[in-house]
Design a protein around this ligand. Structure first.
Ligand SMILES: Nc1ncnc2c1ncn2[C@@H]1O[C@H](COP(=O)(O)OP(=O)(O)OP(=O)(O)O)[C@@H](O)[C@H]1O
Ligand SMILES: [Mg+2]
Length: 276
């Protein structure tokens, strides 16, 4: 076995479980289908501290979106429990925001109205949120486009609108499920920089799903690696780079070393999986 690299710090989930902001405790999810049971998530067990940006990486179908849906209260675990601030999650929470792969903007509404849409549906006072909408649109370079319709924007801009919409009600947790996977490589790099910059301003707890190891390492405080089903978390890596995150971080030897380490973890887990 290789010696552990000296930068490697993993988070122990054994101590202080109750004190974390979000605690995922031995969570399972089995879907009952006509063709039998699908064990989408098995024994997911980890905590997330408030303010951490945590990425989940793992092969397609390993249960990342299912896990996120359970944290969001959209699906119920078939075993285990998920606690937020010590209380179990039983229904979708208003203090969580979501961003999905498809930005799902309303085509007939302007950028500004799309960002404010959750405020309207939650029957809050829109005027109270105009300043926050402006702040978010300025931070993401979209303020000059506030009156445009989604069809007039590029894919990257639409996804930035979706991120602003996810942040408008000042959520305690923002969940992003592969928000950039439909974008071309150059736009995606730009989006990573934009999101890192935004995070330096908003300082929120985030769960971010991606298939890109580089994206995960660049953006995150912590990267959790999931295996193929029945999925487990096989690595939990704290990323030892300071914030603000800058583009040149990706040229550093340590950055490539961490990416290679995560890739190895995924491959080793995959090899074990297929040889079982
Ligand atoms: N509603 C459902 N009913 C039955 N099976 C489901 C349902 N939702 C997900 N699954 C199954 O659960 C497993 C995990 O799916 P999930 O979408 O969570 O994976 P994922 O890691 O997000 O994949 P990807 O990276 O492709 O998005 C898959 O085998 C999927 O087919
Ligand atoms: Mg998914």
């Amino acid at each position: 076995m290789n010696p552990q690299p000296e930068w490697l710090q993993t988070r122990s989930t054994a101590d202080d479980r109750g004190a974390s902001y979000l605690s995922i405790q031995d969570v399972n999810k089995t879907y009952r289908t006509r063709n039998g049971d699908v064990h989408a998530v098995e024994h997911a067990d980890f905590d997330i501290d408030e303010g951490d940006f945590v990425s989940l990486v793992g092969p397609s179908g390993c249960g990342k979106s299912t896990l996120m849906s359970m944290i969001g209260g959209l699906e119920t675990p078939t075993g285990g429990r998920i606690l937020v601030g010590g209380a179990p999650i039983t229904a979708p929470r208003r203090d969580f925001g979501y961003v999905f792969q498809d930005p799902t903007l309303l085509p007939w509404k302007s950028v500004l109205d799309n960002v404010l849409f959750p405020i309207r549906t939650q029957k809050r006072v829109v005027a109270d949120y105009l300043a926050e909408a402006e702040r978010l649109l300025r931070l993401t370079g979209l303020w000059d486009f506030r009156d445009k319709r989604p069809a007039e924007l590029s894919g990257g801009m639409r996804q930035r609108v979706a991120i602003c919409r996810g942040l408008i009600n000042d959520p305690r947790l923002l969940m992003m499920d592969e928000p950039f996977s439909a974008l071309d490589a150059i736009t995606r790099d730009d989006m990573n920089l934009a999101l890192a910059k935004l995070w330096d301003e908003v300082h929120k707890t985030a769960i971010f799903i991606t298939h890109s190891i580089r994206e995960a390492v660049f953006l995150s405080d912590r990267v959790l690696v999931m295996t193929a089903r029945p999925s487990r978390i096989v690595a939990d890596i704290r990323i030892p780079f300071a914030r603000p995150r800058i583009d040149t971080m990706q040229d550093e030897a340590l950055f490539s070393e961490i990416c290679a380490y995560i890739r190895d973890e995924i491959h080793q887990a995959h090899d074990k999986h297929v040889s079982r």
